[in-house]
Design a protein around this ligand. Sequence first.
Ligand SMILES: *Cc1c(COP(=O)(O)O)cnc(C)c1O
Length: 347
Amino acid sequence: MAIENLKKVNLGHYPTPIEKMENITKMLGKGTLYIKRDDKTGPAFGGNKTRKLEYLLQEALDNGCTAVMTFGGTQTNHGRTTVGAAVKLGLKPILVLSGEDTGYLSGNLTLDALMGADIYFVKDSSKLQEVTNDVIKKYEQKGDKVYVVPVGGSNLLGAAGYIMSVKEILNQMKEDNLKIDHIVCTVGSMGTFAGLILGAKYFNAPFDIIAVPVSPAPIGQKEKDVVKYANEVSEYHGLGITITENDVKIAYGPEEAPYSGEEYNKPDPITREAIITAAKLEGIMLDPTYTGKTFRGLLDMVKNEKYIKSGESAMFIHTGGAMALWTKEHLDDMQEQLRNNCNTTEY
Ligand SMILES: *Cc1c(COP(=O)(O)O)cnc(C)c1O
């Protein structure tokens, strides 16, 4: 079936707004910068996982499933969005999380708990598969049929979400007469980046896609991994297009100071400066794990004319995740910088 006609359950609010970042555009004095608010997709605050889940959970409903299970780190945004989507559809939400139960629920875990998710913490990552199998068996014995959503929702079907988002973007560009030369996003489990690359080629978009990885090289996602996944997705959906390494632009940043910081999910002062810039100049909230790092990369790319030349316009895809700001670890780590960034007076 043509990807345009693929069935999906409606979970979000579309089109997500495209806004001009007036003050940051002015500050940099190069080309116009836009932001697409995929942090506003809903449900449960939404983010980029919603577009993938619309296709995946349609399949869950078609298969008569009664429960949805997914995976991630303890603060997974994907898990939280999946829980929100599951409860909306009347399905039982199950999270299998890599990490220990610290005894304190904050950030995304606050929301998972509010929505009544069944949460399984797996301290020993080598036991993940074993625990997963046991948990599925447990629900099946109670008569549930469990739909398993892969990490990040990034399988062949889930990638359809960001392929189709390109059509939405092209419509918005036409309606609002926007010129966009580059799209900048984060690459983690690859569904967003590969989907956008495929969508841009399939729908003949005038922009290319640049991604900032969530981990520095050589751990970070590599061009050849994206090419392989994208071509599998293309074949699965019968798109009739082939992706090569030339289509895959990953901006790692300078070797001595990679955009992704030292490692995945590790907060660093430069990323926090980028988060503060977006907050102070645009009132936009980014997260320390994904969007903050990508935004840091975007600022540097525009300033130093890497990938994005002076006079060219770029659109940042805000993929969500700001609730990570309220995790205990990040709050503790951020206190001094927060104090320095504002004026507080107590009478
Ligand atoms: C999951 C996630 C990403 C990465 O998207 P992938 O499709 O997994 O590459 C980016 N930003 C946020 C906030 C996320 O939660």
